[in-house]
Each structure stands twice: as C-alpha cells, then as structure tokens.
Design a protein around this ligand. Structure first.
Ligand SMILES: [Zn+2]
Length: 494
C-alpha cells in the first residue's frame, strides 16, 4: 500500500534495538584481540572457543564503557547486577550459550532526544546491557546467502566474545508519518554519542553498529498496539529509514485486506528496500536464562560512577548547540549541516582560519554539489578543511572571486595540488592591475556602443551587460564590482 494511504489508516509504533561492538583491545571474557579483518579463526583461545575447563574473566574496560554509555543516555546505573546465561544452540556460538544480561541490566530508564523536522522527539531507553558477540557464519552456495538452500556453511570465531552493548528503546508511539525519519535520526544520534564517548568505531558497514527495527501498526484511533515484526541487522542509516517505510507499507496492505501480522524476524534487502520473512516468533523461544555461575556479580562503586559521569565528554547535541551559537546560524542551516555530515568539516575549516559563514558556504554549496555528483559523503572528497580555508582566504584578500574559487576547488578535487598550486598552474587570479582592467573595459565599450549609449543616457541597468562583457573578455578573472565602478565612471554616471 502506498505510504501516504497507509498513514491515513494506521499509526505506527516503533522500537529499536541497537548493538554496538565496543572498541576494547581485548575480548569480553578473554585476552584475544578484537581487531577487524584478521584471517579467520586467528583471534581465538580456549575461553572464546569454550574448551572444557576454561573460565571467563570480565573485561573491566568494557564494563566502564557500558556505564559511560548508560550515563550519556541519562540512564540509572545498577548498584548491583549480574551476567546471565542465554541458552540456545547455534553454530556461531561455541559455548551453546551466550553470556548476556537478562533481568538485571547495567543501565535502565534513560532517554535520547533527537530533532526531526524542527521538532524534538524524546526516545526513551529501556535498558543498556553488556553481552558477548557471536562468531560469523558464511553460508556458501544457494541463491540467497542464507542457511536455507546453502551447500555448506563455514564459521569464523574471531568475532565470538567481542564485547557487545545492546541498547533497547521503549516502544515509540506518536511519530506518525515521520516514523522512518525518527528511526534514522535516533540511530544517527546514537552513533554520534558513541563516537563522542570513543567507545566504538561504530562502522555500520563493518557491523560494529547494527540495528534491529521493530514496527507495528494500529488502526487510527485504536488504543491497543498491533503485532510487531522485527527486521534484523539493518546496516546503514538509509536502510533504517527504508526498512521502517517498507514495513509500514507491507503491514498496512495485509491489515487492510483483513489479514493478520505474524510476529517474526524479517530480513531487509538493500536492492529492493523490502523485507522478507525470517524466523517466526509466534512461540516465544525459551532461552532458559539463569545467572552466570562463572562470573562475579557487578557492583559499580557509586563514587566511581559519579566520576565517570563528571568526566563525560561534551555530547553531540550540546556541541551542536554551542557551535550554532558561535557560528550564528539558524536552526534550519544547522540541521542542514548536520544532515549533510558537514559539522566536523565546517568546524575544522573554521579552526584553520576561515570565517564560519565562508566555511559553511563552500562546504554546503559547491562542495556538497560535487559530493552529490560523485555519489560520495562530503568527508570523502579529496580536499582538506585547511585547503578550503585557504580558498576562503584567497577570496577575502581579493586574489580570487567566487567564480575563480570554484575553479580552484575543482582543481584541488582533480588532484592538481594545493589551492596555490592550482592558482599558479591554471593562471587563475583576479585582474588587479587597474591598467589591464581599463584596457579590457575600453575594448568592451567600443564593441558595445549601443549599451554604452544607454548607460550614458541614464539607463544604468544596461551596465550589467557591459560588466558581463568584461568578465567574459577576462575569462572570469576581473573583479566584477570594480569593473562596474570603472565603467560607470568612464560613462560619466557615477
Ligand atoms: Zn579468546
């Protein structure tokens, strides 16, 4: 069903579960390294392979990182809690259970505010808990890359035992037609909080941040929430938005036909933006949780927690507020920079000496346009904030005008060197030699006698064509404002 029609008839309720792999040096319960990309099954030991007789030891830094995440998300930190065993069989889990947390999570009852369409939406956080990641299965053969229909499967335990933080929201009603944007804004903000805390590299494409998206629909005006589906491991911000939208459209079509939503996990397909059915959750799985007997309970010291809270870095929303005030830009402009991932770039350009307005103008104008053409994020353009700052300096000193500055940026992006190299190689410099400029003007006036006469007779608007002629004759290198002054002077109307 088309999205607009779906929203006329139904209200969505969201829920988001995000897994963040912590960037600790070693795994959660052993000393194996956590580095991404090593040859398969080289970062393993008796503990993370669960060989008989091996015992886990909790990683203190992972516990500290989890508490810092909880504090940044305004959570209450448990005074006493335990790890729990989650029992299930799956080949990528050597123990046949996962050490996780169940009814005693480290952090509870927090929130994260996000801004969508100028409105602040408070996303309530139910819990933040610590667990270990599983290994990674690869299913070979078959059309889908999934286990069904595969010829065989191989497993890599390098990831097994990497500390994983799970952040679960409470149900999020009331987002209405903005549901997809709210989901995306939440994951975006969460990712920035993790970055500011320095607890994870949060690379969605490498799986260090993964998101499960829950969506249910209820008829408009209903008081009871519908059955939800859970779309697993959505791995880009854009996909989070598309998965919510796709699920709203799919569920609305089923409900409008008198059908019923099945509680299940679903898989998101990048190519179509649709989800397909995975595992049914109609019968709740019994994980037989029980307190992990091989690990001590955790009882974070209150003074330590208070000092972690006092030492939290400036959080992204606070930083944006500060920069907005420093730069004197509107909410709308700030939101645009945030959405374009331009804030860090503008800040670095300002730090390199550019006025904020100029830094913003080039990153959000010419460079955003070029990034868009290249289909790349702004930060991946081959130009540094210092180079952009140098271009703004050349413009404000009068050595370049905007048109020439665009050519300089083009040259830098094309790998022709620094802005000064490009100016020298391409011979891009405003004509500041007044004699040279006057010679061009004389030529243009002689060639455009009609326009010159009009200006002389008082139709000053006609000067525009003459200025245009000077710019053309100088191949864009003239200072247009100065040329206009000189033309009017010469024609006796200044
Ligand atoms: Zn290990």
């Amino acid at each position: 069903m088309p999205y607009d029609e779906a929203l006329e008839r139904f209200e969505p309720v969201l829920g988001l579960e995000t897994h963040v792999e912590l960037g600790t040096e070693s795994k959660m319960f052993c000393g194996c390294p956590t580095e991404f990309g090593a040859p398969p099954n080289t970062h393993v030991c008796p503990v993370c392979l669960a060989l008989p007789g091996s015992l886990p030891v909790a990683n203190a830094e992972a516990i500290e990182s989890t508490i810092r995440i909880g504090l940044a998300l305004n959570c209450t930190i448990a005074e006493w809690c335990r790890f729990a065993r989650k029992n299930y069989f799956y080949p990528d889990m050597p123990k046949n259970y996962q050490i996780s947390q169940y009814d005693e999570p480290l952090c509870t009852d927090g929130y994260l505010d996000v801004v969508v369409d100028g409105e602040t939406v408070r996303i309530e956080i139910e819990r933040v808990h610590l667990e270990e990641d599983t290994g990674k299965s690869t299913h070979v053969g078959g059309a889908t890359g999934r286990i069904h229909g595969a010829d065989y499967s191989i497993v890599d335990y390098n990831r097994a035992g990497i500390p994983l933080v799970e952040i679960v929201t409470k149900p999020i009603p009331g987002t209405d037609r903005l549901a997809p944007e709210v989901a995306r804004a939440y994951v975006t903000e969460l990712r920035e909080v993790m970055r500011a805390l320095g607890v994870s590299d949060v690379r969605m494409e490498e799986g260090s941040l993964r998101c499960d998206v829950n969506v249910s629909l209820m008829p408009r005006g209903a008081s009871e929430w519908g059955t939800r589906s859970e779309t697993k491991n959505v791995n880009s911000l854009r996909s989070v938005e598309r998965a919510v939208r796709g699920e709203i459209e799919r569920q609305a079509a089923i409900l409008a036909d008198g059908g019923r939503i099945v509680q299940e996990t679903r898989h998101f397909h990048e190519d179509t933006g649709r989800t397909t059915s995975g595992r049914s959750k109609e019968e709740a799985q019994d994980y037989r949780y029980f307190p992990e007997p091989d690990l001590l309970p955790m009882a974070p010291d209150r003074e330590w927690v208070a000092s972690l809270k006092a030492d939290l870095p400036e959080l992204p929303s606070v930083r944006r507020g500060r920069l907005q005030a420093e730069w004197g830009v509107s909410d709308l402009d700030m939101a645009a920079m945030h959405n374009a991932d331009a804030i860090d770039l503008v800040e670095a350009t300002v730090a390199a000496g550019a006025p904020a307005a100029d830094a913003r103008k080039w990153w959000m104008g010419e460079l955003a346009r070029r990034a868009n053409e290249a289909g790349k994020p702004l930060a991946e353009l081959p130009i540094t904030p210092a180079e952009v700052a140098r271009v703004t300096e050349l413009v404000s000193s009068g050595a370049l005008n905007d048109k020439l500055a665009r050519q300089v940026l083009e040259g830098v992006l094309a790998g022709e060197g620094s802005p000064d190299d490009v100016v020298a190689k391409r011979g891009l410099q405003v004509v500041n030699d007044e004699g040279e400029l006057l010679a061009i003007i004389d030529k243009v006036l002689a060639e455009n006698a009609d326009a010159a006469d009009k200006v002389r007779s008082g139709k000053v608007a006609a000067a525009g064509a003459l200025v245009g002629g000077v710019m053309k004759a100088s191949r864009g290198k003239a200072d247009a404002a100065r040329a206009r002054e000189l033309i009017l002077e010469k024609l006796g109307v200044s």
